[in-house]
Ligand binder design. Structure first.
Ligand SMILES: O=C(O)C1=C[C@@H](OP(=O)(O)O)[C@@H](O)[C@H](O)C1
Ligand SMILES: C=C(OP(=O)(O)O)C(=O)O
Length: 455
């Protein structure tokens, strides 16, 4: 492993913000990377466990800022979330009546701010929602409008359709029908679906907007609901009908976060060599399931051996024309990879990324341009024309995926300094440790068997 442009790869400061000198890769990789649990699955399982009629155990759950915020919020709303002794990746969730009289700290977590207002509508009192400064820019209007349509009083305390706001729970909800424009985020639909079985008449949601991003994430919501015994009819396009009924407590294992596997897998294309990720599911609703196909188009060779996904590259990356509407959360990583390609890339179908952790289209265009690259925003995406890049500070705008994207470019471009790399804690604790280990280590060798140890 080499560190371009700095004496060592430690964090220094640029102005008042800490920066991390992204390590370069000077040899092909041969690494096994164990990626922590899925944010999206962990937070769905947590919500359903809190609404269930019996306790649940979540195995291999992600413990990151977003999931700790969710666990904490559900605790404030009346559930108990305990760590299991001797099993650090496991959580035991004991449901309880939903209480009001509390404030939910959403941080910058879309899943917390979009999934919990409908739960709060079941509470026996007021629930205030607040978040990070950056969170106050994220769209919330369709969630609040839907709740009002269903008879819930919501008071807004800031800009219209944004955090902070208060949901005045009255101990239950009749439910019925609601129209939602989810072109800004699939989470508007998922949030209503997750609580809907607890409404007296269940809920039918009809999406009314021009586009529907992140459909796999809605399919994930439907799948986890069904697995918890909830009846969901999704046979009509853009309409979901949830029957009222109990939510079953479950014992589940959380899949690894395939979107967080992306920067590691992409590293194999940039540096050459092979990166392997164990625990890769044979079928999944995670949008990261699209990665093998996308990376193959960009020059990788991929294979799934048992549950280990291997991605190999040569150092040569190809550009592509890609509709990422189903997997917008992969866009920052794919855009960073595309900046290192041998031909242009067009990413489409991701206008809604302007409402993510930051305006990701603006952030990516600005930061790739800062390094000397060419990246232009289109109406619904980005056009990236690779140019020779030079090192500079890569700003991250409180966005975990901007930080991992900067690390990826730094593998090849000397002198990339990633601002506030700690922002990766939103969904991937110890990103720097995993990244450094990937660059330093040969592929993990299996532990010797007893027979081999006896000398
Ligand atoms: O439901 C979820 O867990 C998510 C849905 C998607 O949101 P959008 O539809 O707003 O892109 C995705 O980008 C986000 O990272 C997680
Ligand atoms: C968009 C993302 O997060 P959130 O769940 O906060 O919307 C993301 O993780 O890329």
């Amino acid at each position: 492993m080499t560190t371009h442009g700095a004496a060592d790869p430690t964090t220094t400061t640029s102005g008042t913000r800490p920066v991390w000198s992204a390590p370069g890769a000077d040899h092909p990789l041969d690494a096994l990377v164990e990626v922590p649990g899925s944010k999206s699955l962990t937070n769905r399982y947590l919500v359903l466990a809190a609404l269930a009629d019996s306790p649940s155990r979540l195995r291999g759950a992600l413990r990151s800022r977003d999931t700790l915020l969710m666990a904490d919020a559900l605790g404030h709303l009346g559930a108990r979330v305990d760590q299991v002794d001797g099993a650090p990746g496991d959580w035991l969730v004991t449901p309880g009546p939903v209480h009001g009289g509390t404030t939910i700290a959403c941080g910058l977590a879309g899943t917390v701010m979009r999934f919990l207002p409908a739960v709060a509508a079941l509470a026996d009192g007021d629930v205030r929602f607040d978040g990070d400064t950056e969170a106050l820019a994220r769209p919330m209007g369709p969630v609040l409008t839907a709740l009002r349509t269903l008879g819930v009083r919501v008071d807004e305390h800031g800009q219209e359709g944004r955090l902070p706001f208060t949901v005045h729970g009255r101990g239950g909800l009749v439910g019925g029908h609601v129209d939602v424009d989810a072109s800004g985020s699939s989470q508007f639909v998922s949030g209503l679906l997750l609580a809907a079985a607890r409404f007296e008449r269940g809920l039918t949601i009809r999406h009314t907007g021009p586009t529907l991003p992140s459909l796999p994430h809605i399919e994930m919501t439907v799948a986890v609901l069904r697995a918890a015994g909830v009846q969901v009819d999704d046979s009509r396009p853009a309409i979901w009908q949830v029957a009222p009924g109990p939510v079953a407590g479950r014992d589940v294992r959380v899949e690894p976060d395939l979107s967080n596997a992306a920067p590691f897998l992409c590293a194999a294309l940039v540096a050459g060599g092979t990166v392997r990720v164990p625990g890769w599911p044979t079928s999944t609703t995670q949008p990261g399931g699209l990665l093998p196909g996308i990376l193959t188009r960009m020059g990788a060779t991929t294979s799934l051996d048992g549950d280990v996904l291997s991605v190999s590259g040569t150092g040569q990356v190809h550009g592509l024309d890609l509709d990422l509407s189903a997997a917008g959360e992969l866009a920052p990583t794919i855009a960073a990879l595309a900046a290192l390609a041998d031909s242009p890339t067009r990413l489409r179908g991701i206008a809604h990324l302007r409402g993510h952790e930051t305006d990701r289209l603006a952030a990516l265009a600005t930061e790739i341009t800062r390094l000397g690259g060419r990246a232009e925003q289109s109406a619904d995406g980005l056009v990236i024309t690779p140019q020779p890049l030079t090192g500079a500070v890569w700003r991250t705008y409180a966005d975990h995926r901007m930080a991992t994207g900067g690390a990826l470019i730094g593998l090849r471009v000397p002198g990339v300094r990633v601002e506030d790399v700690a922002t990766t804690a939103k969904t991937i604790p110890d990103f720097v440790g995993l990244w450094t280990a990937m660059l330093a280590s040969p592929a993990a060798t299996p532990a010797p068997t007893d027979a081999e140890v006896v000398g």
